[in-house]
Design a protein around this ligand. Sequence first.
Ligand code: AMP
Ligand code: MN
Ligand code: MN
Ligand code: MN
Length: 281
Amino acid sequence: MNPANFDFHTHSSVSDGLLSPTELVRRAAANGVTWLALTDHDELGGLGEAALAARECGIDFLGGVEVSIEWREKPIHIIGLGHALDTDQSALQAGLQALRLGRVERARRMADALEAIGIDGVYEGALRYAGNPYLISRAHFARYMVEIGIAKDVSAVFHSYLTPGRPGYVDHRWVSLQDALSWIHAVGGVAVVAHPSRYRLSGGEMRALLTEFKELGGQGIEVIYGSLSHSQSLHYARLARYFGFHASRGSDFHGPEESFSELGSLAPLPLDLKPVWRFFT
Ligand code: AMP
Ligand code: MN
Ligand code: MN
Ligand code: MN
């Protein structure tokens, strides 16, 4: 395994990315990524195709998933990484299936909320953007709403319609931290807190989340990722040291026009941190 330029957080069209698993892997390889994990939201369906493409391109591959959980009623994302995540008939498979059904039900409520302010047909429109009709994300809503001229781009749609307090945002019950970790661990996976800066938690809440995560056997935290500044990264590196977590790094790439950072271009991890890839060598 070659960890020189690893990226353990990416999306394909099996969730809300714009490229197929094969296209994603080819772009990663062309950009110099040496070891890639595909981490679609609440879905393992792209892992087989991505692993095959990685073999063809000559880069290393690791299975992954980004599980949508709630903690103190706030949505948080936990990355699961492992070589056998897509084992059949696991609690992880069953749990993700339930999460996907929940997404469909939430999508209908989002469409109803948007209809109430005069924007019709958004559920059907968003589904046209979902490469996988069983995995519907707010990103699919945003793409369709750009198409019909609601706002100029995806981030503008999120800002005005799809974030808390905006008319298309609906509350939703995801799964517990405890359930997500037990499912990931039961198939031999490693659990990592995704993009910790994006949750708007206070310092005390972040420490409480990480304490609970650690007590439940959580192993890692993302320290280098697309949207993170250098000084924020130093802050999460300190938390990784304090809690004894392994450090992960991922672009959270969704597509050429819709990402904070391009594949292959992430800064290195601080040298003294234990890199999360050590679990897989
Ligand atoms: P969901 O899991 O369906 O609630 O949607 C979350 C996804 O929406 C994220 O994984 C991103 O792909 C996308 N997203 C969230 N916030 C933004 C934003 N401000 N701008 C663009 N995309 C966003
Ligand atoms: Mn996404
Ligand atoms: Mn996320
Ligand atoms: Mn992600």
